[in-house]
Write a protein that binds this ligand. Sequence first.
Ligand SMILES: *[C@@H]1O[C@H](CO)[C@@H](O)[C@H](O)[C@H]1NC(C)=O
Ligand SMILES: *[C@@H]1O[C@H](CO)[C@@H](O)[C@H](O)[C@H]1NC(C)=O
Ligand SMILES: *[C@@H]1O[C@H](CO)[C@@H](O)[C@H](O)[C@H]1NC(C)=O
Length: 454
Amino acid sequence: MAALSSAAALRLCATVILLDMVFSKSVVPDLDDSFKESRKDDIWLVDFYAPWCGHCKKLEPIWNEVGIEMKNMGSPVKVGKMDATSYASLAAEFGVRGYPTIKLLKGDLAYNYRGPRTKDDIIDFAHRVSGALIRPLPSKQMFEHVQRRHRVFFVYVGGESPLKEKYVDAASELIVYSYFFAASEDVVPESVVLREVPAVLVFKDDTYFIYDEFEDGDLESWITRERFQNYLTVDGFLLYELGDTGKLVVIAVIDEKNTSIEHTRLKSIIQEVAQDYRAHFRRDFHFGHMDGNEYINSLLMDELMVPTVVVLNTSNQQYFLLDRQIKNAKDMVRFIDSILNGTVEAQGGDSILQRLKRIMFDAKTTVVSIFKSSPLMGCFLFGLPLGVISIMCYGIYSADTDGGYIEEQYEISKSEMESQDLMEESREQQEPSDGESVVPPMHEPKDALEKKKD
Ligand SMILES: *[C@@H]1O[C@H](CO)[C@@H](O)[C@H](O)[C@H]1NC(C)=O
Ligand SMILES: *[C@@H]1O[C@H](CO)[C@@H](O)[C@H](O)[C@H]1NC(C)=O
Ligand SMILES: *[C@@H]1O[C@H](CO)[C@@H](O)[C@H](O)[C@H]1NC(C)=O
Protein backbone atom coordinates (compact mmCIF):
# COMPACT_ATOMS: atom_id res chain seq x y z
CA MET A 1 0.00 0.00 0.00
CA ALA A 2 2.76 2.39 1.00
CA ALA A 3 4.73 1.39 -2.08
CA LEU A 4 1.71 2.00 -4.23
CA SER A 5 1.06 5.48 -2.88
CA SER A 6 4.71 6.45 -3.11
CA ALA A 7 4.69 5.34 -6.75
CA ALA A 8 1.64 7.50 -7.31
CA ALA A 9 3.34 10.41 -5.58
CA LEU A 10 6.35 9.91 -7.78
CA ARG A 11 4.18 9.92 -10.88
CA LEU A 12 2.45 13.09 -9.71
CA CYS A 13 5.82 14.66 -9.07
CA ALA A 14 7.03 13.77 -12.55
CA THR A 15 3.89 15.23 -14.07
CA VAL A 16 4.34 18.45 -12.16
CA ILE A 17 7.95 18.73 -13.27
CA LEU A 18 6.96 18.03 -16.87
CA LEU A 19 4.18 20.58 -16.76
CA ASP A 20 6.55 23.04 -15.19
CA MET A 21 8.96 22.51 -18.05
CA VAL A 22 6.26 22.98 -20.63
CA PHE A 23 5.03 26.17 -19.02
CA SER A 24 8.41 27.62 -18.26
CA LYS A 25 9.09 27.51 -21.99
CA SER A 26 6.26 29.96 -22.46
CA VAL A 27 6.95 32.00 -19.34
CA VAL A 28 7.67 34.92 -21.64
CA PRO A 29 4.37 35.97 -23.18
CA ASP A 30 4.16 37.01 -26.81
CA LEU A 31 2.59 40.45 -26.69
CA ASP A 32 0.11 41.87 -29.17
CA ASP A 33 -1.77 45.13 -29.80
CA SER A 34 -3.61 44.92 -26.48
CA PHE A 35 -0.24 45.49 -24.80
CA LYS A 36 -0.59 49.20 -25.50
CA GLU A 37 -3.37 49.43 -22.91
CA SER A 38 -2.55 46.57 -20.59
CA ARG A 39 1.05 47.61 -19.89
CA LYS A 40 0.15 50.87 -18.15
CA ASP A 41 0.41 49.81 -14.50
CA ASP A 42 3.51 47.67 -14.80
CA ILE A 43 7.15 47.89 -15.66
CA TRP A 44 7.94 45.76 -18.69
CA LEU A 45 11.12 44.40 -20.17
CA VAL A 46 10.38 43.64 -23.81
CA ASP A 47 12.35 41.99 -26.60
CA PHE A 48 11.14 43.35 -29.94
CA TYR A 49 12.08 40.72 -32.50
CA ALA A 50 11.53 39.78 -36.10
CA PRO A 51 10.80 36.12 -36.89
CA TRP A 52 13.43 35.95 -39.64
CA CYS A 53 16.28 37.61 -37.78
CA GLY A 54 19.21 35.43 -36.76
CA HIS A 55 20.34 37.52 -33.78
CA CYS A 56 16.78 37.35 -32.45
CA LYS A 57 16.79 33.56 -32.59
CA LYS A 58 20.06 33.55 -30.73
CA LEU A 59 18.58 35.76 -28.04
CA GLU A 60 15.44 33.64 -27.59
CA PRO A 61 16.76 30.96 -25.17
CA ILE A 62 18.53 33.68 -23.16
CA TRP A 63 15.31 35.66 -23.08
CA ASN A 64 13.40 32.66 -21.72
CA GLU A 65 15.99 32.29 -18.96
CA VAL A 66 15.69 35.99 -18.16
CA GLY A 67 11.92 35.56 -17.91
CA ILE A 68 12.17 32.53 -15.63
CA GLU A 69 14.78 34.05 -13.37
CA MET A 70 13.02 37.39 -13.00
CA LYS A 71 9.84 35.55 -12.10
CA ASN A 72 11.58 33.28 -9.59
CA MET A 73 13.23 36.27 -7.97
CA GLY A 74 9.84 37.90 -7.55
CA SER A 75 10.93 40.89 -9.59
CA PRO A 76 8.23 43.50 -10.19
CA VAL A 77 9.44 43.75 -13.78
CA LYS A 78 7.40 41.73 -16.26
CA VAL A 79 9.19 40.13 -19.16
CA GLY A 80 7.63 39.88 -22.60
CA LYS A 81 8.46 39.74 -26.27
CA MET A 82 6.77 41.21 -29.29
CA ASP A 83 6.95 40.34 -32.96
CA ALA A 84 7.77 43.85 -34.17
CA THR A 85 6.96 42.96 -37.76
CA SER A 86 3.38 41.92 -36.91
CA TYR A 87 2.77 44.94 -34.68
CA ALA A 88 4.91 47.38 -36.59
CA SER A 89 3.06 50.56 -35.67
CA LEU A 90 3.10 49.78 -31.96
CA ALA A 91 6.79 48.90 -32.16
CA ALA A 92 7.42 52.18 -33.96
CA GLU A 93 5.66 54.03 -31.13
CA PHE A 94 8.20 52.56 -28.74
CA GLY A 95 10.99 53.71 -31.06
CA VAL A 96 12.06 50.28 -32.29
CA ARG A 97 14.40 50.64 -35.25
CA GLY A 98 16.22 47.33 -35.48
CA TYR A 99 15.97 43.73 -34.32
CA PRO A 100 16.31 42.60 -31.70
CA THR A 101 15.66 45.69 -29.58
CA ILE A 102 15.47 45.31 -25.82
CA LYS A 103 13.61 48.00 -23.95
CA LEU A 104 12.48 48.59 -20.44
CA LEU A 105 9.15 50.41 -20.44
CA LYS A 106 8.28 52.33 -17.32
CA GLY A 107 5.34 54.72 -17.57
CA ASP A 108 6.09 57.17 -20.35
CA LEU A 109 9.75 56.27 -20.40
CA ALA A 110 11.44 53.72 -22.61
CA TYR A 111 15.03 52.73 -21.85
CA ASN A 112 17.15 51.04 -24.49
CA TYR A 113 19.41 48.18 -23.55
CA ARG A 114 22.68 48.18 -25.46
CA GLY A 115 24.97 45.93 -23.48
CA PRO A 116 26.06 42.36 -24.12
CA ARG A 117 23.14 39.99 -24.62
CA THR A 118 23.79 37.75 -21.66
CA LYS A 119 21.29 36.77 -19.00
CA ASP A 120 23.16 38.41 -16.13
CA ASP A 121 23.80 41.67 -17.93
CA ILE A 122 20.18 41.97 -19.02
CA ILE A 123 18.84 41.21 -15.54
CA ASP A 124 21.24 43.68 -13.96
CA PHE A 125 20.02 46.30 -16.40
CA ALA A 126 16.36 45.58 -15.54
CA HIS A 127 17.05 45.89 -11.80
CA ARG A 128 19.00 49.09 -12.15
CA VAL A 129 16.58 50.88 -14.45
CA SER A 130 13.37 49.72 -12.78
CA GLY A 131 14.53 50.79 -9.33
CA ALA A 132 15.00 54.23 -7.83
CA LEU A 133 16.90 56.66 -10.02
CA ILE A 134 18.99 57.91 -7.12
CA ARG A 135 19.47 55.30 -4.38
CA PRO A 136 20.03 56.56 -0.86
CA LEU A 137 23.04 55.33 1.14
CA PRO A 138 21.85 55.82 4.72
CA SER A 139 24.77 54.23 6.57
CA LYS A 140 28.49 53.48 6.43
CA GLN A 141 27.66 49.77 6.19
CA MET A 142 25.49 50.35 3.14
CA PHE A 143 28.26 52.39 1.57
CA GLU A 144 30.76 49.58 2.11
CA HIS A 145 28.30 47.03 0.80
CA VAL A 146 27.83 49.00 -2.41
CA GLN A 147 31.59 49.41 -2.75
CA ARG A 148 32.04 45.66 -2.60
CA ARG A 149 29.20 45.02 -4.97
CA HIS A 150 29.71 47.47 -7.84
CA ARG A 151 32.88 48.04 -9.78
CA VAL A 152 31.85 51.53 -10.92
CA PHE A 153 29.25 53.78 -9.29
CA PHE A 154 28.52 57.45 -8.75
CA VAL A 155 27.67 59.17 -5.47
CA TYR A 156 26.27 62.60 -4.79
CA VAL A 157 27.29 63.92 -1.37
CA GLY A 158 25.35 66.78 0.21
CA GLY A 159 21.88 68.24 0.55
CA GLU A 160 19.62 69.94 -1.99
CA SER A 161 21.57 72.09 -4.45
CA PRO A 162 21.73 73.06 -8.14
CA LEU A 163 24.43 70.40 -8.50
CA LYS A 164 21.99 67.80 -7.25
CA GLU A 165 19.46 68.83 -9.87
CA LYS A 166 22.09 68.33 -12.55
CA TYR A 167 22.96 64.99 -11.00
CA VAL A 168 19.35 63.84 -11.16
CA ASP A 169 19.07 65.00 -14.78
CA ALA A 170 22.23 63.17 -15.74
CA ALA A 171 21.13 60.03 -13.90
CA SER A 172 17.81 59.92 -15.73
CA GLU A 173 19.75 59.73 -19.01
CA LEU A 174 22.56 57.48 -17.88
CA ILE A 175 20.84 55.05 -15.50
CA VAL A 176 20.96 52.56 -18.39
CA TYR A 177 24.73 52.42 -17.89
CA SER A 178 25.52 52.92 -14.24
CA TYR A 179 24.35 53.17 -10.64
CA PHE A 180 23.66 56.51 -8.98
CA PHE A 181 23.61 56.97 -5.21
CA ALA A 182 23.22 59.85 -2.78
CA ALA A 183 24.72 60.08 0.69
CA SER A 184 25.29 62.57 3.44
CA GLU A 185 28.82 63.58 4.31
CA ASP A 186 29.01 61.53 7.51
CA VAL A 187 28.54 58.14 5.84
CA VAL A 188 31.33 58.66 3.27
CA PRO A 189 34.38 56.46 4.09
CA GLU A 190 37.17 58.18 6.04
CA SER A 191 39.65 57.57 3.23
CA VAL A 192 37.72 59.99 1.03
CA VAL A 193 38.89 63.59 1.29
CA LEU A 194 36.24 66.10 0.26
CA ARG A 195 37.35 69.69 -0.09
CA GLU A 196 33.82 70.92 -0.44
CA VAL A 197 30.24 69.72 -0.30
CA PRO A 198 28.08 69.21 -2.35
CA ALA A 199 30.21 66.98 -4.55
CA VAL A 200 29.84 64.20 -7.10
CA LEU A 201 32.25 61.28 -6.96
CA VAL A 202 32.90 58.20 -9.00
CA PHE A 203 34.20 55.11 -7.23
CA LYS A 204 36.18 52.70 -9.39
CA ASP A 205 39.56 51.02 -9.80
CA ASP A 206 39.95 50.79 -5.99
CA THR A 207 39.91 54.55 -5.67
CA TYR A 208 37.66 57.53 -6.31
CA PHE A 209 37.63 60.69 -8.40
CA ILE A 210 35.81 63.94 -7.66
CA TYR A 211 33.96 65.88 -10.34
CA ASP A 212 35.40 69.35 -10.87
CA GLU A 213 33.05 71.64 -12.74
CA PHE A 214 35.83 73.86 -14.10
CA GLU A 215 38.17 71.15 -15.25
CA ASP A 216 35.69 68.47 -16.28
CA GLY A 217 33.01 70.43 -18.12
CA ASP A 218 29.37 69.54 -17.77
CA LEU A 219 28.38 66.78 -15.38
CA GLU A 220 26.64 64.53 -17.86
CA SER A 221 29.60 64.29 -20.22
CA TRP A 222 31.93 63.76 -17.28
CA ILE A 223 29.81 60.80 -16.15
CA THR A 224 29.76 59.48 -19.72
CA ARG A 225 33.55 59.57 -19.75
CA GLU A 226 34.02 58.16 -16.27
CA ARG A 227 31.57 55.28 -16.33
CA PHE A 228 34.18 52.72 -17.40
CA GLN A 229 36.94 51.09 -15.43
CA ASN A 230 40.44 52.04 -16.37
CA TYR A 231 41.40 48.54 -17.49
CA LEU A 232 38.82 46.57 -19.48
CA THR A 233 38.24 43.27 -21.15
CA VAL A 234 37.32 44.70 -24.51
CA ASP A 235 34.80 43.21 -26.93
CA GLY A 236 32.82 44.66 -29.81
CA PHE A 237 29.97 45.90 -27.63
CA LEU A 238 32.30 47.65 -25.26
CA LEU A 239 34.34 49.24 -28.01
CA TYR A 240 31.13 50.63 -29.44
CA GLU A 241 30.14 52.04 -26.06
CA LEU A 242 33.59 53.49 -25.53
CA GLY A 243 32.97 55.61 -28.62
CA ASP A 244 30.90 57.90 -26.36
CA THR A 245 33.92 58.79 -24.29
CA GLY A 246 35.99 60.13 -27.17
CA LYS A 247 39.06 58.68 -25.48
CA LEU A 248 41.81 56.58 -26.96
CA VAL A 249 41.89 52.87 -26.14
CA VAL A 250 45.15 50.98 -25.82
CA ILE A 251 44.35 47.33 -26.57
CA ALA A 252 46.52 44.25 -26.33
CA VAL A 253 45.13 41.99 -29.03
CA ILE A 254 45.93 38.49 -27.83
CA ASP A 255 44.80 34.90 -28.04
CA GLU A 256 43.67 33.99 -24.53
CA LYS A 257 44.00 30.28 -25.25
CA ASN A 258 47.59 30.62 -26.38
CA THR A 259 49.83 29.92 -23.43
CA SER A 260 53.01 31.26 -25.03
CA ILE A 261 54.70 33.91 -22.93
CA GLU A 262 54.36 36.65 -25.55
CA HIS A 263 50.57 36.87 -25.09
CA THR A 264 50.53 37.13 -21.31
CA ARG A 265 53.52 39.47 -21.39
CA LEU A 266 51.76 42.02 -23.60
CA LYS A 267 48.64 41.88 -21.47
CA SER A 268 50.56 42.49 -18.27
CA ILE A 269 52.54 45.36 -19.80
CA ILE A 270 49.27 47.11 -20.65
CA GLN A 271 47.92 46.36 -17.17
CA GLU A 272 51.05 47.81 -15.64
CA VAL A 273 50.82 51.01 -17.67
CA ALA A 274 47.12 51.33 -16.85
CA GLN A 275 47.87 51.01 -13.16
CA ASP A 276 51.12 52.92 -12.74
CA TYR A 277 50.45 55.80 -15.12
CA ARG A 278 46.80 56.29 -14.22
CA ALA A 279 47.22 59.87 -13.08
CA HIS A 280 49.05 60.71 -16.29
CA PHE A 281 46.76 59.04 -18.84
CA ARG A 282 43.33 58.56 -17.32
CA ARG A 283 41.73 61.62 -18.85
CA ASP A 284 42.61 60.58 -22.39
CA PHE A 285 43.01 56.81 -22.35
CA HIS A 286 41.42 53.50 -21.55
CA PHE A 287 43.37 50.29 -21.45
CA GLY A 288 42.45 46.70 -22.02
CA HIS A 289 42.91 43.46 -23.87
CA MET A 290 40.86 41.74 -26.51
CA ASP A 291 40.67 38.04 -27.23
CA GLY A 292 41.30 37.31 -30.90
CA ASN A 293 41.79 39.68 -33.82
CA GLU A 294 38.60 38.94 -35.76
CA TYR A 295 36.61 41.93 -34.58
CA ILE A 296 39.49 44.36 -34.64
CA ASN A 297 40.47 43.22 -38.16
CA SER A 298 37.03 44.00 -39.49
CA LEU A 299 37.02 47.31 -37.66
CA LEU A 300 40.41 48.38 -38.97
CA MET A 301 40.04 46.60 -42.32
CA ASP A 302 43.49 45.20 -41.77
CA GLU A 303 45.11 41.90 -40.88
CA LEU A 304 46.77 42.25 -37.50
CA MET A 305 49.30 39.72 -36.26
CA VAL A 306 48.42 38.32 -32.86
CA PRO A 307 49.64 39.25 -30.29
CA THR A 308 49.96 42.95 -30.89
CA VAL A 309 49.00 46.34 -29.50
CA VAL A 310 46.67 48.75 -31.23
CA VAL A 311 45.74 52.21 -30.03
CA LEU A 312 42.35 53.30 -31.28
CA ASN A 313 41.04 56.87 -31.26
CA THR A 314 37.34 56.33 -30.60
CA SER A 315 36.35 59.83 -31.65
CA ASN A 316 37.60 59.64 -35.24
CA GLN A 317 38.35 55.93 -35.64
CA GLN A 318 41.98 56.46 -36.40
CA TYR A 319 44.42 53.93 -35.07
CA PHE A 320 48.08 53.59 -34.30
CA LEU A 321 50.18 50.46 -34.69
CA LEU A 322 53.56 49.67 -33.28
CA ASP A 323 56.49 49.43 -35.61
CA ARG A 324 58.45 47.31 -33.15
CA GLN A 325 58.21 44.76 -30.37
CA ILE A 326 57.29 46.39 -27.08
CA LYS A 327 60.02 45.75 -24.55
CA ASN A 328 58.40 46.85 -21.29
CA ALA A 329 55.99 49.31 -19.69
CA LYS A 330 58.40 52.25 -20.17
CA ASP A 331 58.63 51.45 -23.85
CA MET A 332 54.83 51.37 -24.08
CA VAL A 333 54.61 54.76 -22.34
CA ARG A 334 57.10 56.15 -24.85
CA PHE A 335 54.89 54.92 -27.67
CA ILE A 336 51.78 56.52 -26.12
CA ASP A 337 53.67 59.78 -25.62
CA SER A 338 54.73 59.84 -29.22
CA ILE A 339 51.11 59.33 -30.27
CA LEU A 340 50.23 62.33 -28.13
CA ASN A 341 52.95 64.54 -29.54
CA GLY A 342 51.96 63.57 -33.07
CA THR A 343 55.13 61.78 -34.10
CA VAL A 344 53.37 58.48 -34.88
CA GLU A 345 51.39 58.45 -38.06
CA ALA A 346 47.68 57.69 -37.68
CA GLN A 347 45.95 55.18 -39.93
CA GLY A 348 42.29 54.74 -40.79
CA GLY A 349 39.80 57.43 -39.77
CA ASP A 350 36.36 58.36 -40.95
CA SER A 351 37.13 60.28 -44.15
CA ILE A 352 35.18 59.71 -47.38
CA LEU A 353 38.02 57.53 -48.64
CA GLN A 354 37.81 55.36 -45.55
CA ARG A 355 34.07 55.03 -45.94
CA LEU A 356 34.48 53.90 -49.55
CA LYS A 357 37.07 51.42 -48.37
CA ARG A 358 34.55 50.25 -45.77
CA ILE A 359 31.90 49.61 -48.41
CA MET A 360 34.35 47.63 -50.52
CA PHE A 361 35.55 45.74 -47.48
CA ASP A 362 32.03 44.83 -46.39
CA ALA A 363 31.11 43.72 -49.89
CA LYS A 364 34.21 41.53 -50.04
CA THR A 365 33.49 40.02 -46.64
CA THR A 366 29.92 39.27 -47.69
CA VAL A 367 30.99 37.59 -50.91
CA VAL A 368 33.63 35.52 -49.15
CA SER A 369 31.24 34.47 -46.40
CA ILE A 370 28.57 33.45 -48.90
CA PHE A 371 31.02 31.34 -50.87
CA LYS A 372 32.34 29.81 -47.68
CA SER A 373 28.96 28.85 -46.29
CA SER A 374 27.35 27.85 -49.58
CA PRO A 375 29.41 27.86 -52.77
CA LEU A 376 26.39 26.88 -54.85
CA MET A 377 24.38 29.83 -53.64
CA GLY A 378 27.39 32.06 -54.33
CA CYS A 379 27.71 30.82 -57.89
CA PHE A 380 24.03 31.38 -58.45
CA LEU A 381 23.97 34.86 -56.92
CA PHE A 382 27.06 36.14 -58.69
CA GLY A 383 26.99 33.94 -61.74
CA LEU A 384 23.54 35.06 -62.79
CA PRO A 385 24.14 38.83 -62.88
CA LEU A 386 27.53 38.24 -64.47
CA GLY A 387 25.91 36.11 -67.13
CA VAL A 388 23.27 38.75 -67.75
CA ILE A 389 25.93 41.44 -67.95
CA SER A 390 28.00 39.50 -70.45
CA ILE A 391 24.97 38.89 -72.64
CA MET A 392 24.17 42.61 -72.42
CA CYS A 393 27.72 43.55 -73.26
CA TYR A 394 27.62 41.24 -76.19
CA GLY A 395 24.34 42.80 -77.25
CA ILE A 396 25.70 46.31 -76.88
CA TYR A 397 28.83 45.41 -78.75
CA SER A 398 27.02 43.86 -81.64
CA ALA A 399 24.03 46.20 -81.79
CA ASP A 400 23.76 49.37 -83.84
CA THR A 401 24.04 52.14 -81.35
CA ASP A 402 20.75 53.92 -81.04
CA GLY A 403 20.97 55.13 -77.45
CA GLY A 404 18.57 52.45 -76.23
CA TYR A 405 21.07 50.67 -74.07
CA ILE A 406 21.47 53.33 -71.48
CA GLU A 407 18.19 52.27 -70.07
CA GLU A 408 19.24 48.64 -70.18
CA GLN A 409 22.35 49.43 -68.21
CA TYR A 410 20.23 51.04 -65.60
CA GLU A 411 18.13 47.89 -65.48
CA ILE A 412 21.20 45.83 -64.82
CA SER A 413 22.42 47.92 -61.97
CA LYS A 414 18.98 47.74 -60.42
CA SER A 415 18.96 43.97 -60.54
CA GLU A 416 22.44 43.99 -59.11
CA MET A 417 21.13 46.03 -56.26
CA GLU A 418 18.44 43.50 -55.65
CA SER A 419 20.88 40.66 -55.52
CA GLN A 420 22.92 42.75 -53.08
CA ASP A 421 19.87 42.91 -50.84
CA LEU A 422 19.44 39.21 -51.15
CA MET A 423 23.05 38.74 -50.13
CA GLU A 424 22.64 40.82 -47.03
CA GLU A 425 19.65 38.83 -46.03
CA SER A 426 21.20 35.46 -46.67
CA ARG A 427 24.23 36.52 -44.67
CA GLU A 428 21.98 37.47 -41.84
CA GLN A 429 20.26 34.12 -42.00
CA GLN A 430 23.16 31.85 -42.54
CA GLU A 431 25.71 33.22 -40.19
CA PRO A 432 24.07 34.33 -37.07
CA SER A 433 25.92 32.05 -34.72
CA ASP A 434 29.63 32.63 -34.76
CA GLY A 435 30.04 35.50 -32.37
CA GLU A 436 31.28 37.81 -35.07
CA SER A 437 27.72 38.84 -35.76
CA VAL A 438 27.24 40.40 -32.35
CA VAL A 439 29.68 42.96 -33.61
CA PRO A 440 27.92 46.29 -33.33
CA PRO A 441 28.51 48.62 -36.21
CA MET A 442 30.98 50.98 -34.60
CA HIS A 443 32.07 52.16 -38.01
CA GLU A 444 28.64 53.34 -39.04
CA PRO A 445 28.39 57.03 -38.31
CA LYS A 446 24.62 56.97 -38.84
CA ASP A 447 24.12 54.50 -36.06
CA ALA A 448 26.28 56.49 -33.72
CA LEU A 449 24.24 59.56 -34.51
CA GLU A 450 20.99 57.83 -33.76
CA LYS A 451 22.43 56.66 -30.52
CA LYS A 452 23.33 60.14 -29.44
CA LYS A 453 19.83 61.32 -30.23
CA ASP A 454 18.22 58.69 -28.03
C1 LIG B 1 50.88 31.21 -29.91
O1 LIG B 1 51.44 32.46 -30.29
C2 LIG B 1 52.71 32.40 -30.93
C3 LIG B 1 53.15 33.81 -31.22
O2 LIG B 1 53.40 34.51 -30.06
C4 LIG B 1 52.60 31.58 -32.20
O3 LIG B 1 53.88 31.46 -32.80
C5 LIG B 1 52.04 30.21 -31.88
O4 LIG B 1 51.83 29.50 -33.10
C6 LIG B 1 50.71 30.33 -31.12
N1 LIG B 1 50.26 29.01 -30.74
C7 LIG B 1 49.03 28.56 -30.98
C8 LIG B 1 48.69 27.22 -30.45
O5 LIG B 1 48.22 29.22 -31.62
C1 LIG C 1 41.55 61.78 -31.72
O1 LIG C 1 40.53 62.32 -32.55
C2 LIG C 1 40.12 63.64 -32.20
C3 LIG C 1 38.97 64.02 -33.10
O2 LIG C 1 39.32 63.99 -34.44
C4 LIG C 1 41.31 64.59 -32.33
O3 LIG C 1 40.92 65.90 -31.95
C5 LIG C 1 42.44 64.11 -31.45
O4 LIG C 1 43.58 64.93 -31.62
C6 LIG C 1 42.80 62.66 -31.79
N1 LIG C 1 43.82 62.21 -30.85
C7 LIG C 1 45.00 61.79 -31.24
C8 LIG C 1 45.96 61.43 -30.17
O5 LIG C 1 45.29 61.65 -32.42
C1 LIG D 1 57.58 62.74 -28.90
O1 LIG D 1 57.62 61.79 -27.85
C2 LIG D 1 58.64 60.82 -27.97
C3 LIG D 1 58.49 59.82 -26.83
O2 LIG D 1 58.46 60.45 -25.59
C4 LIG D 1 60.02 61.49 -27.95
O3 LIG D 1 61.04 60.52 -28.12
C5 LIG D 1 60.08 62.49 -29.11
O4 LIG D 1 61.31 63.20 -29.06
C6 LIG D 1 58.91 63.49 -29.02
N1 LIG D 1 58.92 64.31 -30.21
C7 LIG D 1 58.63 65.63 -30.18
C8 LIG D 1 58.67 66.31 -31.50
O5 LIG D 1 58.35 66.21 -29.15
